[in-house]
Every structure is written in C-alpha cells, then in structure tokens.
Write a protein that binds this ligand. Structure first.
Ligand code: HEM
Length: 494
C-alpha cells in the first residue's frame, strides 16, 4: 500500500505502532545506566541494521548530480523525420526526469570544477520510455569503447594516492590524441559551467530518426534558452571554496521560485546519401557536423518545473540508458553507442537491482507486458501471476506486433554489412586536429578566450612531470603552433 504521508503516526517497518523512536530496551532500570541492551529490541536492531544498508553502489562515473522533473513539448512539425509519438503533434507534452551529473569526481565534490557534464533524460511516452543520455559537449575524448574505463580512471583518483592526479590525466590524453577536440572544449571557459540552467546537452553520437519507410541521421542538441555561460578559472576556484554545492542549490532555488529553466531541442539532419560522401565519418564521435553544413532544426522545448520529492528515490535510483528507445528513434553504427547500449542496463542491474525498471522513477507510463523476465530480487506487483513464463504458449497466447523481427528501431534499413572478424583500433591522424584548430580560431573571435584557454591548460599542467608537459605542448602544436608556444612559455620553456 502507498504510504499515507498525512498520517504521521509512527510505526515500525512492519506497521506495528511503537511508543517512541528514541528509546531502547535494556535489562536493568537503574539510573545512571548500568545494564545490558536486549536482542528483543526490534526497533533498535531494525534501525541500526537498516542504516548499515542504506547505500547502494555509487555510479562508477557520473556519481554526483542534480536532478529535476519536467516536460518536453513539441513545438514544430517533425512528422517528416520520425514516427515517434512523443515528437509528433504540436503542443504535445510528455513527462521528463532529468539528471545532470559531473563525470569524474565522487558526490560531494565542489561543483564549479572543470569536467564534462552528463545530461540524462527519461521521457515517459505512450510508446514506452525514451532516454537521452548525452553530454555537455558535442564530441568525446575517445572513439573506441574499449578505452572508456581507462580514460575515466585517468580522470579519477590515483590508485595509491587516492587523490586526483593531473599526471594520469595528461598521460592518457597525450597518448590518446584522438580526444584533442574534446580537450579544446573542456579547457575553454565552457568547461566549467556557471550553473546548470545555462548549459547545453548534446547527443554526441549520430542517431537515426525513423519512419515506416525512411530514416535520416541526426545529432540532437538541447540548447539552453538562457544562453550558455561558463566560468573563468579564478572565479570557479573561489566559488568552489565558498559555495561547493552552488549548482545544485541554484537549480533547486530557481525551480522552487517558479523560475523554470527551458531548453530548445534541435536536430542536425543528414540523409544516408549525404553521409556517404560527407567530409567526416559520422560514426566517429570525436567530430562535429559544422552548423554551416547541417543547420539546427528546432523540434521541441524542455522545461524543468519540479524538484525531486526525495533525491534518493527520484534521482539516485534513476537508471538511464542509450538502449532505451521508442519506435521512431534508432541507434547508428557508432561503436561507442553500440557499446553503451550494453553498459548502462548492465550497470543498473548491478547498482539498483535486476528489477530496477519497476521503481516509480523508472517505470514507464505506458503498458508493460514482459512475462519472460520474471522473479529476481525485490520483484513486486503481480509478477505476471500465473501467465506462462515461457514463449509460444498456446494455452495463454500473447499478442505481438509482428511475427518476426524486433521493434521499429532495429530495422536494418539499407545498411548492408559484409566482412570478416578483424581486430581494430582507430589511429590518430592529422585529420583529428582539423576541427580542434577550427575551435581554436573560434575562441580567437571572442576577446580574451584564447588567453583564458592557455591559462586553463597551464593551470592543469603545472606540477605535471616535464615529459608529459612537453608531450602536451607537442600535441597542442598540432592544433596551432602559437597555442603551443603560449603554453610552453607560461610553463617556463624557451
Ligand atoms: C563506451 C563508452 C561509454 C561507456 C561504456 C559508458 C558507461 C557508463 C556507465 C557504466 C555509467 C553509469 C551508469 C549507472 O551506473 O547507472 C555511465 C553514466 C553516464 N554516461 Fe556513459 N559511458 C560511455 C560514454 C558516454 C558518452 C559518449 C556519453 C555522452 C554522450 C555518456 C553519458 C553518460 C551520462 C549522462 C551518464 C549518467 C547517467 C545517469 O545520470 O544516470 N557516456 N556511463
């Protein structure tokens, strides 16, 4: 039965009323105390034992976060792109759960730190849940999924010092230079958001939007309607000391005061024919599609308008995955995306439990009937009662959408794949520096941004061993010799 929040008459967990929550039973009633605590004291034992178990495993990455509820409203006609019901019909709204995280640090870390932010959304639609699990920058540090654990460990604490170590960070990036474009974004002033209301979310990956007989490739962007705003290094450091929870508190206060932040959802749209001859590999998420090639097309508006009632139940237990997709949206061949589609539900089964989809923060608002996944820890509701737990029952037939195949999203379209099993690791070439160089030029169009970029990199490289400082300087020289020279001279090299 759902708890009645208006009746606050105290009981134990099994519903039995109890005299007081702050007494314990002991043998011997002398004062001052001289006596033994009793094993029969259910309240004391229950209270202590539950406390010992009140943590669930922390997310290995993106553990610290701020969350909110909101809605996504369709603002444009998207019917030529996708059949997804939640994106069709101007004015249509769907409930959203949103979680904005810092990637590397543990929860409780000061929030004005330089790091990529994770942008996760669960959209509750009549066709099932649609998750967007995005980042605050449009590219990524790697394009080979096998490197993901390594990259993250290099951003986290040193195995023996148990403290963040810039040597590890630069050791990874100097020796895996495909991430240079993402590094340029991280070390610009956008790498430390002023607040999370003024932060963008990007799919990074190429996805497909599909209709019954067609598909297009898209990159999806959520751009803040307040204008993106980052912090300069000195300001970020000051705020980190003075107001470590700044972003969480700022978001909570704005929503509580009815000042709801909004974002516009856009798509960059590319046909398969355009993709075949495009300058960039669209399945390499270290690259963007410049807006001049593929302009932003508005689709919908996101509004966050409700704080979580309880952080643990609404946000900590929330589980997002790029594999959670409704018909009308489909994955692309990006190997990172393919790997992520395995990683997230796997993490959720471990972190929250095998029945995590039943929790209120994750549960679809649409009809669910999945009787071939049964039992498991913390199963509740009816567990499909006596319905057959095996496929193809003639006794209790089940209705399927079609005879063969999967949901709309996994149709192969016209992608034909032929080949043989082969080892593969991507190689870094001069091409990987072209978009990074363009970004450096863009920074040059804004007064002081190039200088700030150099300061931000130098601040991180101070205290790093000379060999890695030199390696980083050589890497930035491939972006622009003047940039490398400025970094070298600030570090005291001739
Ligand atoms: C192969 C590459 C990647 C792997 C294996 C991976 C894996 C993971 C895992 C295991 C988690 C923790 C999930 C949990 O415990 O519930 C996570 C969180 C997250 N990742 Fe990734 N990730 C990858 C790349 C990316 C990329 C490219 C993006 C963005 C474009 C991204 C965005 C996020 C976000 C937003 C979260 C937090 C989700 C939440 O709020 O619960 N990740 N990732």
């Amino acid at each position: 039965m759902a708890p009645n929040r208006t009746d606050r008459t105290y009981t134990l967990q099994e519903g039995c009323r109890y005299g007081s929550a702050s007494t314990a039973q002991r043998f011997g009633d002398q004062r001052p105390i001289r006596g033994l605590m009793l094993l029969q004291d259910t309240q004391l034992i229950e209270t202590l034992a539950h406390f010992n178990r009140e943590r669930i495993p922390e997310r290995t990455v993106h553990a610290g976060a701020v969350g909110a509820w909101g809605e996504l409203e369709v603002t444009h006609d998207n019917s030529d792109l996708t059949s997804a019901a939640f994106l069709n019909g101007k004015g249509k709204t769907s409930k959203v759960l949103w979680r904005l995280s810092i990637t590397g640090p543990r929860p409780g870390h000061y929030e004005t730190t330089r790091d990529v932010r994770g942008w996760a959304m669960k959209i509750f639609t009549e066709e099932g849940n649609q998750d967007f699990v995005f980042n605050s920058i449009p590219t990524f540090f790697i394009r080979d999924p096998i490197k993901f654990p390594s990259m993250n460990r290099s951003h986290k604490v040193h195995p023996s010092k148990n403290a963040v170590d810039p040597n590890m960070f630069w050791d990874f990036h100097v020796n895996n230079q495909e991430g240079i474009h993402a590094l340029m974004m991280l070390f610009s002033n956008r790498g430390i958001p002023a607040n999370v209301r003024q932060l963008n979310g990007y799919s990074g990956h190429t996805y497909k939007l599909t209709r019954a007989d067609s598909y297009v490739y898209v990159k999806i962007h959520f751009l803040t309607d307040l204008g993106a705003k980052g912090l300069r290094l000195t300001e970020a450091k000051r705020l980190g000391g003075e107001r470590p929870s700044l972003h969480t508190v700022d978001m909570h206060e704005h929503i509580a005061q009815g000042k709801f932040p909004t974002w516009t959802m856009y798509a960059q749209v590319m046909t398969a024919e355009q993709a075949a001859t495009y300058r960039w590999n669209i399945f390499d998420m270290t690259k963007v599609w410049p807006h001049k090639d593929f302009p932003l097309r508005p689709m919908a508006r996101l509004t966050l308008n409700k704080n979580p009632e309880n952080y643990f139940s609404d946000i900590e237990q929330a589980a997002f995955s790029p594999s959670t997709m409704v018909p009308g949206i489909a994955p692309s061949l990006d190997p990172m995306l393919q790997a992520r589609m395995f990683a997230y539900p796997d993490a959720a089964r471990y972190r929250v439990g095998v029945n995590y989809q039943q929790l209120p923060c994750n549960r679809p608002v649409s009809h669910v009937y999945a009787p071939y996944e049964r039992d498991g820890a913390m199963r509740y509701m009816t567990n499909y009662g006596s319905d057959p737990s095996y496929v193809n029952s003639a006794l209790v037939p089940v209705q399927f959408e079609s005879e063969i195949g999967a949901s709309g999203y996994s149709i192969g379209h016209d992608e034909v794949m032929v080949g043989r099993v082969a080892g593969y690791a991507s190689e870094v070439t001069d091409d990987d520096f072209v978009q990074a160089r363009a970004m450096w030029d863009v920074l040059g169009c804004h007064s002081g941004e190039q200088e700030d970029f150099v300061d931000n990199v130098v601040d991180s490289l101070l205290g790093v061993v000379a060999s890695l400082q030199k390696g980083a300087i050589e890497m930035f020289a491939r972006v622009d010799p003047a940039l490398a020279k400025a970094i070298a001279s600030a570090l005291g090299y001739k």
